[in-house]
Design a protein around this ligand. Sequence first.
Ligand code: SF4
Length: 490
Amino acid sequence: MNTMLNLTEFEIRERRLRSVISYHGTASDLNEKSKKTALKCGSRTYQQCSDCSQGCAETVTYLIKDAAVIVHSPIGCCSNPSLTELQGEVVTRQRGLKPQRAQIICSNIREKDTIYGASEKLKKAAYAAKERFNPSAIFVHSSCAAGIIGEDLEAQTDQLEKELKIPVIPVFCEGFKSRIWSTGFDAAFHGILRKLVKPPEEKQADLVNVFNFVGNDTFSGLLKKLGLRVNYLVPLTDIRTISKMSEAACTAHICETLATYIANGLEKQYGVPEVKTPAPFGIKWTDQWLREVAKYTGKEEIVEQVIQSEHERIQPELEQIRERLKGIRVYIFAGDSYAHSLANMATDLGLELVGLTTLHHDQKTDGNTEELNTLNHLIKDKGEIENYSVCNKQPFQVIKIVKKLQPDLLIVRHMNMTILGTKLGIPSVLEGDVNVSAGYDGFIKLGKRLHEALLRKKVLKTIADHVELPYTDWWLQEEDPFYFDGGNKL
Ligand code: SF4
């Protein structure tokens, strides 16, 4: 038995992966220090914004087709459903699926409940969810309020499971618990592994689990070249598919930050091998990924042929794109591992990488395997990155980093960060749907999108000329963007 599944709660990232939220220096220095787990997750002396683990847990659970989610929290913590509802319409269409609704209820913990207890409210919400949505399972998200008053979610969900006769899964995603909001991914996956995934009834030799967010279906085409099928997990799928993920031939993910926790758990618990190489972003990393998938699916004989013909197919277009992007200086801002994938693609496309910021940094990987250390792969393949920082968003800081380095182009993973680029007059490309850039075709598409973004330079310059940044002259003139950075001391 996998010991992590015996535990009601999982270990937060700061302890499990020794994750940090601040660093500045070089990529190789960070990598070497991380190998010795020498950095501490310090704090900042000033912080402009933050996020909550609950947001990442939502990303995993809100759009499971036949599940309901109860957010056991004050109403303010449950502010995302309308956005998810809108997203649900768009993202299902992108995937070629029927539009679907998010099925969410907030238990609405109020001041009185924090004194007398909120269990009744949770029960009422669970019964309402069963009656309103008739779901195949209910997820119960915890919150700071539920955690602080000591709600016994494990006992409550066990009881509700007996009464409602469907799985009721606690998700321990209290915002105060971890400074790394990606911990919310682990919280949701821990619940899924413990309560939903069943032992395999029949192995499916051509099925590849791909943990991703929502987004376009680009992996089907890539895997079809090897005669394989994709099993997208877990948004936009259903509880039955989730419960049978142990039947797949292997497990991959579009980002190590998202899913190594569950991929490692699946391997340990059910023997489903995890694809231990960086996700398929960029030519060499796609080649390696396909070879690794082929190893677990008996496709080794055809994989080299597929790789060669894909290289030949994209070569003419790739040469043109590289020519257009040659010498363009780019800065990248994204969550931990996906930033490395973006940097790999950008340099593969011939751009000059002037720096990179990740939202946090995991010093270790789940399963503690060096093959999944994407920073190490990036340095090995592309060399040193002189300006490497870790910063949990903080626009006041990012603006200074970017202003100092003056890149021609920004690639960002989150919507609000493109606005920063606009304010500085720098064309910014949003990598909102990461599936789009996967594989050989995705790589070419990214190149085209980067080139198109550069064509907007003039209009952005005009906007920037009229923007007033909301910071004092002192901060704008201060030399050090990391002035408020508490460093890696506790
Ligand atoms: S759970 Fe905590 S950190 Fe998250 S939104 Fe609610 S109060 Fe804020």
